[in-house]
Design a protein around this ligand. Structure first.
Ligand code: CMC
Length: 392
């Protein structure tokens, strides 16, 4: 049977070779297709970065225009898929609503089932990029009991998403350009992160030759967990609970160190970064600027800044090389933009989508790909004799 390596959490296992994203966790470096994350965050847009991740090169102006047009043509959801939202309870968390609706896309696009049909894969790619923001906005509308708005395809992806989320049918909606730019940049920061839990899930599901919708739906469910994308929601809840108990940051940190009832400093630590997460550095700076710019500077930012300061000068965190990760400051920005806490991880999912798609494409086209099938160390009982129920 050969030698089996025991590697819990795959901490030391490279499951694939990839040309997409490079991380140097000790130096705090992140690049998509060779381009440093800060250059993309400042100079690129989410659509352009999506193109880069999926097709490997930055688009020319013409390629970019064509790509945007293609996406615009597919933003609408089938009326039957819209009705799908009626079946969920009103207070449903939008993440499982999102994954269910994405999974349901497989039933609407039965032409998507052959992962080796490049033309159909391209169509599924565009459909996903176009429809996920619409699905996300409808998950929000459902939760607040407001009518769904059809996409307005004269708008860009982020403006359209904001309008479908916060707009009302009879009222004109003008998204604040500061919010549009900040959200676009946050999507760029989330767009890929090599073999994280959700991306590995997308690849693993896809390795059985399941289609793109099924694979991405599984990725969304993996992202839902609080140790992964769900951390952005948990961070805000943590900051609120610290404020609620009088803003005593020091005693909260003591609880974390004492490992009281599994309390963790959410938004801290990372499997790969043993230095400041470069995305967190950009988000922190932006949060400070935007919150002040929008006149929405709130005391939760002050609690977060104090918490970071206390943690980074404490031996527990220093010894373990625990730094803020991308989720530590994003929630403060999403909140200032008007999103409820439950929507935070949905925003992460919209951002991560091009990465999942790019990794799925790479996986399906890689001749080295085999079905993902880890081994185990069996630790159960040896052979025993079956005893019928009447004799037990
Ligand atoms: N608070 C307190 N202690 C921590 C934390 C934390 N946030 N993170 C790690 N540690 C401790 C951990 O208890 C362990 O200590 P010891 O060696 O004494 O047992 C040590 O640091 C090493 O941690 P680990 O759990 O072995 O590290 P991991 O690579 O398995 O886990 C992680 C990485 C991100 C799941 C973890 O750091 C964590 O749970 N962080 C909080 C949740 C979070 O912010 N997740 C977002 C991750 S970044 C983007 C994303 O995926 O969304």
């Amino acid at each position: 049977t050969g030698l089996v390596t025991y590697d819990p959490g795959f901490a030391n296992t490279a499951s694939c070779a990839s040309e997409i994203t490079y991380i140097d966790g000790d130096a705090g470096v992140l690049r998509y297709r060779g381009y440093p994350i800060d250059q993309l965050a400042n100079g690129s847009t989410f659509i352009e970065t999506s193109y880069l991740l999926i097709y490997g090169e930055l688009p020319t102006a013409q390629q970019l225009g064509e790509f945007e047009d293609k996406i615009r043509r597919h933003t609408l959801l089938h009326e039957d898929l819209k009705r799908f939202f009626d079946g969920f309870p009103r207070d449903a968390h939008p993440m499982p609503v999102l994954s269910s609706a994405v999974s349901a896309l497989s039933t609407f696009y039965q032409d998507s089932h052959n992962p080796f049909d490049a033309e159909q894969v391209e169509l599924s790619t565009v459909r996903l990029l176009a429809k996920l923001p619409t699905i996300a906005a409808y998950a929000y509308k459902k939760s607040v009991g407001q009518p769904f708005l059809y996409p307005d395809n004269s708008l860009g992806l982020v403006e359209n998403f904001l309008r479908m989320t916060f707009g009302l049918p009879a009222e004109p909606y003008e998204p604040d350009p500061v919010i549009v730019r900040a959200l676009d940049m946050l999507f760029v920061l989330h767009a890929d992160h090599e073999q994280n839990c959700s991306t590995s899930t997308v690849r693993l599901v896809g390795s059985s030759q399941a289609n793109l919708f099924a694979s991405v739906s599984a990725g969304i469910n993996a992202l839902f967990g609080p140790l992964h994308g769900g951390a952005n929601q948990s961070v805000l809840e943590m900051l609120e609970s610290i404020r609620h108990s009088g803003g005593d940051v020091g005693s909260f940190v003591q609880k974390v160190k004492a490992r009281e009832a599994g309390v963790k400093l959410m938004g801290f630590g990372h499997r790969v970064y043993k230095n400041y997460d470069p995305r967190a550095a950009i988000v922190k700076k932006t949060a400070d600027e935007i919150l002040t710019g929008l006149g929405k500077r709130d005391d939760l930012l002050d609690i977060a800044l104090e918490l970071e300061g206390v943690a980074l000068s404490d031996d527990y965190f220093i010894e373990r090389k625990l730094y803020p990760n991308v989720d530590f400051y994003t929630g403060l920005l999403y909140r200032a933009m008007g999103f409820p806490t439950k929507m935070f991880t949905v925003l992460f999912a919209i951002g991560r989508l091009p990465g999942w798609i790019a990794q799925w494409h790479e996986m399906i086209n890689d001749p080295q790909t085999k079905i993902g099938r880890p081994r185990q160390l069996y630790t159960g009982p040896g052979e025993r004799e079956f005893v019928p129920v009447g004799k037990r």
